[in-house]
Design a protein around this ligand. Sequence first.
Ligand code: APR
Length: 247
Amino acid sequence: MGIAEELGLRVSPGLRVVALTGAGISLESGVPIFRGKGSMWEIPEARRLAERAGPPWNTRETWEYYEWRRGLVSRCKPNRAHYALAEMERYFEDFLLITQNVDGLHAKAGSRRLLELHGSMWRGRCIECGRVIDLPETPLKALPPLCPCGRPLRPDVVQFGEPIDPVVLDAAFKASKKAELFLVIGTSAVVHPAAQMPLIAIEGGARAVEINPNATPLTPFMSLSIRGRAAEVLPRLWEELLSSALG
Ligand code: APR
């Protein structure tokens, strides 16, 4: 029996699909995760720089930390899991990708219907005038980079305890409520409000599938929890769903 049948899903372009991703989807691209094996904190330089970063987040020290991350990510490419999600977006008319990642790899892989819940390390934000500025090039010429208004920019990344853009959050909750299939890929599901979204989808009757080498707090609620690596499992899952649609 294929995955679609196992989930009791009739796969067609009209199926409403939402995917939530975390750092695990980018690990196979070479981007370290935040918790567990392969985490950024196993890298002494990352830890040293992270400890010097902090509010108001528009300081030289904060940018030294983010430039270290931007430098690393600039050498990383999207992997087969990122590309599978971009393909799904092109097939399903009502598809939304919600990511906690700030590495920009989903956009690089071609995803457009994308909500960056925690922002992006490739943008700066001015706490004075509110402008958001693209900063695609690393290394930056000067740290901290300056806003056209003259004030130092901060990374356009949501730090712990900071509010998520209400427009982004509202769109994410709305899509989760309507979803018929909700994919949870590469997240430890310990950070809210992201970790609530799969539960909201399940409450709304969605089938929920998790892809993670490890179990998470969401595992018991999933219709299907696949112990595996995103770059290997997700393309296969997508292939199975598509072949069940084509009949
Ligand atoms: N494929 C899929 N998942 C993987 C893989 C892989 N190859 N390797 C590891 N994982 C899983 C881990 O088992 C873990 O559950 O990826 C998850 C990574 O968890 P975290 O490092 O906690 O990352 P994430 O869930 O995205 O963290 C959420 O916390 O630090 C903040 O703002 C930061 O957005 C981040 C948020």
